[in-house]
Design a protein around this ligand. Structure first.
Ligand code: TYM
Length: 331
């Protein structure tokens, strides 16, 4: 097992979708065999949008179930809720915030996007979101970070923080690197941007959704806008058709070749093509759904408590080292 530490998190903002699965979870399940890994549920990050407290608690458990259902092994990796180590993470966040230029945070494209979408809720936590993310990673001295493509800008900021911090206080942190193989962006069913749980439910497919629901949602997915009638040839490319783009992640290459030929030859229409996409997604989700149903709340509680103890140990070691390095006199 490599000594390098792998860290990644998923926000507790609702059930996970196939974008999270493909962009992050699938990879982390494979990586847990090779690395000393920390996987957490980011409930503090979810607070930027002020969720109802009861809902937030529920969502943490839903996300925990999803992680376990896709194959996370809590014996192999350290699996915990972010707020279980709130003291250490919040403290480190404060120290890191002192070396991070505000201008860079305000220019961060994800911040600008969120501020544009919700101009009435541009809070301090939203600007500092990437700094809190850096604290999540560095609290375990993480160096390998498996994330989807949308998080790469945040990792760039984390690296900048590390360089500045180390320059001031010595080599405390490794520079976190993304685990590239997983850097994909699964498009939304609506054809607008990436699949995201902050958008309307028709735009994503949740890991817990059943065959019928998947079929219903995929049926309404945005496809090739230039193909109106079945007798017209389609454009089965990533740029030409959102449904084909989704096929590239979930459908085998051989089946895709058949779809391309049939779509270009106008022997199948969008309805049939969507049916085969929903089947591919359903094949992926069926075992996850089955496993999910077997996970009890008691088991979840035990797993998260065990993870909390382990994460706390590692976080306390790092935060003591940081306090010493920056010259705080903790009397
Ligand atoms: P979050 O909760 O939005 O997403 C969790 C993971 O899923 C990936 N992802 C996608 N990948 C491909 N296509 C998509 N449509 C798609 N949607 C989401 C994300 O890239 C991510 O890897 N800020 C993070 C959570 C976080 C974190 C961290 C991650 C907090 N602290 C420290 C790594 C390290 C977030 O909001 O992810």
């Amino acid at each position: 097992m490599s000594k390098e530490r792998l860290v990644t998190g998923i926000r507790a903002t609702g059930n996970l979708h196939i974008g999270n699965y493909y962009g992050a979870m699938k990879g982390i399940i494979e990586l847990q065999e090779k690395y000393h890994a920390y996987y957490f549920i980011a409930d503090i990050h979810a607070l930027t949008t002020h969720p109802n407290p009861k809902d937030l608690k529920k969502k943490v458990l839903e996300v925990a179930k999803d992680y376990l259902a896709v194959g996370l092994d809590p014996e192999k990796s350290i699996f915990y809720v972010q707020s279980s180590i709130a003291e250490e993470v919040a403290e480190l966040h404060t120290y890191l915030s002192m070396v991070m230029p505000l201008g860079d945070l305000m220019r961060c494209p994800t911040f600008k996007e969120k501020a544009k979408k919700h101009p009435d809720n541009i809070n301090y936590g939203l600007v500092g979101y990437p700094v809190l993310m850096a604290a999540d990673i560095l609290i375990h001295q993480g160096s390998l970070i498996p994330v989807g493509e949308d998080q790469l800008v945040h990792l760039e900021i984390a690296r900048k923080i590390v360089r500045r911090f180390n320059q001031l206080y010595g080599e405390i942190f490794p520079e976190p690197q993304p685990v590239i193989e997983n850097a994909v962006r699964i498009p939304s069913l609506t054809g607008k941007g990436k699949m995201s749980k902050s958008d309307e439910t028709a735009s994503y497919i949740g890991l817990e959704e059943d065959t019928l629901m998947i079929e219903r949602k995929v049926k309404k997915a945005y496809s090739d806008p230039t193909r109106i009638y079945k007798h017209q040839p389609g454009h089965p490319t990533v740029e030409g058709c959102n449904v084909y783009h989704l096929h590239t992640f979930f459908t085998s290459e051989s089946e895709r070749k058949e779809i391309i030929a049939a779509c270009q030859g106008a022997t199948i229409g969008c309805v049939q093509c969507k049916k085969s996409l929903s089947e591919s997604i359903d094949v992926l989700l069926q075992p996850i759904r089955e496993k999910r149903e077997q996970i009890s709340e008691d088991y979840l509680h035990d797993v998260l408590l065990y993870g909390k103890r382990k994460a706390k140990e590692s976080a306390q070691e790092v935060i003591s080292e940081v306090r010493k390095a920056i010259g705080l006199r903790m009397i």
